[in-house]
Each structure stands twice: as structure tokens, then as C-alpha cells.
Design a protein around this ligand. Structure first.
Ligand code: FPP
Length: 238
């Protein structure tokens, strides 16, 4: 079961804060379309919001935040858009490498399949993980080439290859990516679905939706989600 902590925001006491927040950064394409811009411009604006929100999570003392940056299904998008996204990930990691204030005291980690990702990006991912491994602040998980079903299937296949004939919940928990149970899922842009994100870890997540498109998402939206989370009555099935 998840643990919670207290925190002050601008003098306001939050009685509980989620230990782990999952964020589905949705609405970049629509944001760009509204401005007659290419979709890549929406992703670029979204990447800047990612920077702002990850820093705010660090400031608030949130233990873990997982950002859904690229799903296993996103390869089906036009090559131009996929390339633009991969370049944004590279830019962020290069910045984080040359200017550690980008990462602050956060630990950067990745979840998802490595297969399919370019060697250049994999190298930067490995370096970012190694260089931030000793950081003690928020752990930022970037889900790149990630799919919740794929994660569970891989775990089951690993267990089969170890000779297991009967599988328990704890077997699966210890063979998926080492991301803790998720307390709160934030999805902007008016869509209200999980889209193959953290399927196992979201079993008891609270959900917070908003019509705001991700590139317009503000620190105040994050605080609204946290305020609502604080008032949720979580029973974990009891
Ligand atoms: C979904 O919105 C968003 C994505 C598939 C990509 C999200 C990635 C980013 C915001 C960049 C993150 C950058 C870093 C450095 C981590 P959509 O494009 O499907 O929006 P739409 O539903 O309006 O078309």
C-alpha cells in the first residue's frame, strides 16, 4: 500500500501528497493544430511543460513521477513526428548532461523497451541514469517505448523462462519495471482513459482529468490535482 507525506505549498498544508504521480502528457497535437503549427511544435511546447512540472514535483518533495513520453503504439505515427519526439528526448538529456540544474536533485530513470530506440539515444539515457543515480530528490521516470501490457507479458515470459509453473502477484510485481504503485494519474486534454499506461501499478490509482491541453498545463493545474487527491477517500478495496 502506498505511503503518504505532508507538505507545505505557499503556506497551505497538504494533509497527504501522492508518493507516486503518473502523468499522461496528452493534447500536444490539438494545441499545435489550434495554432496552425506542425504537431512537432506541440510536442516541443509539451517538453517545456514537462521541464516545469518535473521541477515543481521536485520542489514539492514528491518521491516519484512517471511521465508517459512515448508509447509502444506511438511508432505508428508519421516518421517525421516520431523523429521530432526522439530529438526532443535527446535535447533534454543533452541539456541535463551539460547543465545539471535541468535535472536538479532528481534521479532520471527510464522504463520501456530498449529495442527500437537508436543507439545515440540509448547512450544518453544510460548516461543520464548513471549521472543522476546518486541524486536524492524526486525520481523522474520517463516512459519511452513503454506499454503496460508489454511490461506484464515480458514479466510473465521471464518467469516462464525461470521455470515457474505457477505465478503469484508478487512474482509479477518483482519482474516488471521497478516503478512503485501509482497513487495519482493525471491526464489533461479531455480524454479519460489509461491508454496502456502503468496497468499493473495503477490498480488503486486515483484519476484526475482536465480539459486543459498539456502545453497549457500550469503549476496551478498540478496543485489542483493534488488538492483533489488530498480529499479522495482511498479504501484500497477494504
Ligand atoms: C500525446 O499527445 C503526446 C505524445 C505522444 C508525446 C508526449 C511527449 C512530450 C510532451 C515530449 C516530452 C519531452 C521530454 C523531454 C520528456 P498527442 O500528440 O497525441 O496530442 P493530440 O491527442 O492532441 O493529438
Amino acid at each position: 500500500m502506498a505511503l503518504f507525506s505532508k507538505k507545505n505549498i505557499n503556506g497551505d498544508e497538504f494533509s497527504v501528497l501522492p508518493k507516486h504521480i503518473g502523468i499522461i502528457m496528452d493534447g500536444n497535437g490539438r494545441w499545435a493544430k489550434k495554432r496552425a503549427l506542425p504537431r512537432s511544435a506541440g510536442h516541443k511546447a509539451g517538453a517545456n511543460v514537462f521541464r516545469t512540472i518535473s521541477k515543481e514535483c521536485e520542489k514539492l518533495g514528491i518521491d516519484y513521477v512517471t511521465f508517459y513520453a512515448f508509447s509502444t503504439e506511438n511508432w505508428k505515427r508519421p516518421k517525421e513526428e516520431v523523429d521530432a519526439l526522439m530529438n526532443l528526448f535527446m535535447d533534454y538529456l543533452l541539456e541535463a548532461k551539460s547543465d545539471m540544474t535541468q535535472a536538479g536533485n532528481s534521479k532520471i530513470k527510464f522504463i520501456g523497451e530498449r529495442e527500437g530506440i537508436s543507439d545515440d539515444l540509448l547512450k544518453l539515457m544510460d548516461e543520464a541514469e548513471a549521472e543522476t543515480a546518486s541524486h536524492t530528490g524526486t525520481t523522474i521516470y520517463l516512459a519511452i517505448n513503454y506499454g503496460g501490457r508489454q511490461e506484464i507479458v515480458s514479466a510473465v515470459n521471464r518467469l516462464i523462462s525461470q521455470g515457474k509453473s505457477k505465478i503469484t502477484e508478487s512474482d509479477i510485481s518483482s519482474n516488471i519495471y521497478t516503478v512503485p504503485e501509482c497513487d495519482l494519474i493525471i491526464r489533461p486534454s479531455g480524454e479519460e482513459r489509461l491508454s496502456n499506461f502503468l496497468l499493473w501499478q495503477a490498480a488503486y490509482s486515483e484519476f484526475w482529468y482536465s480539459d486543459v491541453l498539456w502545453p497549457d498545463f500550469k503549476i496551478s493545474d498540478l496543485h489542483s490535482a493534488l488538492r483533489e487527491f488530498e480529499n479522495r477517500n482511498r479504501r484500497f478495496g477494504a
